[in-house]
Design a protein around this ligand. Structure first.
Ligand code: AVJ
Length: 313
């Protein structure tokens, strides 16, 4: 019916500012949202196809198996809002089950988002689609004027929430609460705590795709910030930290070296790490306590093979 694309002036300098700040910090770190340039998105899709990485397939299977029950629990919805929608593949199942009049998809990668969202209007001719190219961690509130009045469902699948330490997760869920309004709902999927060896394998696949995904971050900095990282001098290193309840992904310097990024020099000691990602794993009650502190009440939940989907109101 209608398709609107708006690319927000995502702070074009954001990558440079965040990377220079992260390289100046101890330990050195870079926010995981910067994994997802075009090669990074392709590598992530390839990770999802690896036999060791079952997270995405399990969520899909859960959603397919439970879609009627989930739709019934959600009830009528006017607008689905999906932050970080990427290729817009996951939301189709909910569109079929809920038949809302409006879909708003948000993603930091504006152009690929528009390319993915537009074809939805062929399959859902009565659906009004709004694609917002934005870094929702910055600009979420700016989405509000683009949403119709009525009942909103925020859909945040894929265990993306696991990238945030508990305090930051609470803060993000509270912003979702604001955007959804008091009548709003939240459907969120997250990976559960499980055998640490199984988790370890999921982030250390035999084909080396996760390693390539991690190292692509350095190649991106070479491409976009004129950096001169030599990826053969860094080791992808991912492990489950059971004290913190998270996978940690690092790039560990194999030698003492200097790297130049955006005209600035950075020193890496032998063995020094560049920390690239946290991927928190939860128990269902742990997660509902976090959501509760952000103003969400658990309404229903589903679990399959170490993955959970929870509905909040
Ligand atoms: C997209 C954040 C859910 O943490 O499992 C996959 C990203 N990193 N392999 C995850 C990821 C390495 C993924 N999330």
């Amino acid at each position: 019916m209608s398709f609107l694309f708006k690319d927000f002036p995502v702070d074009r300098d954001g990558l440079r500012v965040d990377v220079l700040a992260g390289l100046a910090a101890r330990p050195k770190s870079i926010p995981p949202k910067y994994f997802y340039d075009e090669p990074g998105c392709r590598l992530f899709e390839s990770i999802c196809a690896q036999p060791e990485y079952t997270l995405t397939r399990t969520e899909q299977a859960l959603m397919r198996a439970q879609r009627r029950d989930i739709a019934a629990a959600i009830g009528p919805v006017d607008c689905i809002v999906e932050p970080g929608a990427g290729d817009c593949a996951k939301v189709r199942l909910l569109l079929d089950a809920l038949r809302p009049s409006h879909l708003a998809v948000l993603d930091i990668a504006g152009a690929p988002l528009a390319t993915a969202a537009e074809p939805l209007s062929r399959d859902y001719p009565d659906l009004a689609i709004t694609a917002l190219g934005m870094d929702f961690l910055h600009d979420l509130e700016a989405a509000a004027p683009y949403l119709p009045a009525g009942r909103r469902l925020i859909y945040y699948p894929g265990s993306s929430i696991g990238n945030f330490p508990p305090d930051a997760a609470t803060a993000l869920l509270a912003r979702f609460r604001q955007l959804a309004g008091t009548e709003g709902r939240l459907l969120i999927g997250f990976d559960l705590k499980k055998d640490p060896l199984q988790l370890h394998r999921a982030y250390n696949d035999a084909a080396g795709i996760t390693a390539a995904f991690n190292l692509n971050l350095l190649e991106r900095l070479n491409r976009e910030l004129g950096a001169n990282f030599d990826t053969s001098r860094f080791r992808h290193y991912a492990f489950y930290n059971p004290v913190a309840g998270r996978i940690e992904m690092h790039l560990v310097s194999l030698v003492e070296q200097d790297v130049s990024v955006s005209g600035q020099r950075f020193h890496f000691a032998l063995g020094e790490t560049l920390h690239t990602e946290h991927s928190y794993k939860f128990r269902r009650d742990e997660f509902s306590a976090i959501a509760k502190s952000a103003g969400w009440q658990l309404a229903d939940e589903w679990e399959q093979d170490g993955f959970a989907v929870q509905l909040y109101g």
